[in-house]
Design a protein around this ligand. Sequence first.
Ligand SMILES: [Zn+2]
Length: 416
Amino acid sequence: MNRKFWTSFYIFTFIIGVIDLLAQIQLVTPIEGVYGIDYVVVNHVDQDTSQNFIDAFCGTKSYNGHHGTDFVIKDFINMDSGVNVLAAYEGVVFKVVDGFFDRNKSTNPSKGFGNWVGIKHNMNNINYYTYYAHLKQGSIELDSGDIVIAGEKIGLVGSSGNSSDPHLHFEIYTDSFLLDPWDGPCQFTPNGNIWKDNLPYDTVFSILNNGVFEMPFYPNLDTIREPYFPLQEYNFNTKELKNPNIKTDSLRTVWFLAKGVKQGDKISAVWLSESLDTLLNYNYLADSDYWYFYYWTTLNIEVHSNSRYTQTRFFRNDTLLYTREVNSRNLGKIEVSESFPFKFFVNEDAFILKFKKGVNFDNLKIRSYDLNGKKLDMTMDVGEDFAILKVDINNSRFYIFEVVIDNQTYYAKCII
Ligand SMILES: [Zn+2]
């Protein structure tokens, strides 16, 4: 704390002349939507220049070396729907960077801002610079030199660059120093809260998102974050599977995403049978504060096959958060829709598409994807009324086939 006092003192003497001017800035919230519903702030500016970190309010909502504010949206589905990033103030665009992949799910500092926009502002002869980072690829419709007004759309939220989840990273500087748009007792550059909307400093626990994961494997954080590539339609076919040892539907995972988990919090999930017997009890003790926190638990329903459904009750410090009901019946055979002009089979080493009589498949196109939507290398041999597909296995037990026949697109999901 000593070191912080000295640093603050030094900077204070430096900026004392502009303090009033800073207080006059009114920034528009740089992301569309409602706080707590469409987005939340998970990281503030790190006010500590050592290896530690502290936010402006002397809390832990930051991490070492973080120079901005992170506005996080719920998930990739929201990102795909298009969440606008807005200019915080009128100004002139001085930098546009685009072209980077925008579905990153892990942090990698070497990737930096990804796709981003920089805007220069001037007020009372003081220059300000705002940065909008990790934008969606191809979503920036501005060029350097363009003039923007406050609140104008400058792009869409993405997960490009050093980003593990779709979010906007926002920074603001003057010519001389970094600003934190909030104002708190622990910050270097006191400036008065410069948010027009009076955005809160929020440490309240709440659940942002939750769901059930019904894939036949234990998910990891990536598959919970993005369970489906945004294809339109899926159809199972487990009927023809050759390996009888693989139960395709015996696992159920329930998960939630929360903010405001505090060190020492006990988060519990209790799985109950239809007759309310406890099937599984899962506890987690938070080892630090978490401002963006995924929690999940998986049950093998095969072991508990007497229940038609299970319910999972989630608790925080023994207070019930919510209950989620989960179908635990064996889903049985699910086949490719009868209306599809083909049937799907799985052979020892290939997938086989057998066309129904009279189907014209001259212009057949097939692509295959893994669970995360990554396109897989594939070879295709087309016979008289069938196609044999050989796919690069890619450690996956799960494939999505996109089949285009006569300009109609069909999706088949295969689990092996
Ligand atoms: Zn950030």
